[in-house]
Design a protein around this ligand. Structure first.
Ligand code: FES
Length: 102
């Protein structure tokens, strides 16, 4: 879900949905991850796992967690909308499962 708000300049701005779950395995939201990065200033993306286990399940969210960490302004990091994100993860998990059966 996209949140539309008025910016300080009086322009309609699209705000990122901070309640979107980034780690679907552990239900860790974008807001929690950004807060973790702001407070703990991790050096490596793997350290974000200390934020409620984010990234320690299927692995789908790891590139997105890394993206938030590497962005100068994490609020601006582009993440697919919730529906697209979840369906891409489902495809990722299916492919991973198929590969492990080979
Ligand atoms: S979605 Fe984060 S580890 Fe699976």
């Amino acid at each position: 879900m996209v949140d539309y708000r008025w910016s300080e300049l009086g322009q309609l701005a699209v705000m990122k949905n901070e309640d979107q779950e980034l780690c679907l395995c552990f239900h860790v939201t974008r807001r929690k991850v950004m807060q973790f990065i702001r407070v703990n200033r991790p050096k490596y993306a793997s350290q974000i796992s200390e934020c409620y286990g984010a990234g320690t399940g299927c692995g789908w969210c790891r590139p997105f967690l890394r993206k938030l960490l590497e962005e100068a302004n994490p609020e601006e990091a582009e993440i697919p909308d919730s529906e697209t994100y979840a369906s891409q993860r489902a495809a990722y998990r299916e492919e991973k499962k198929t590969r492990s059966e080979d």
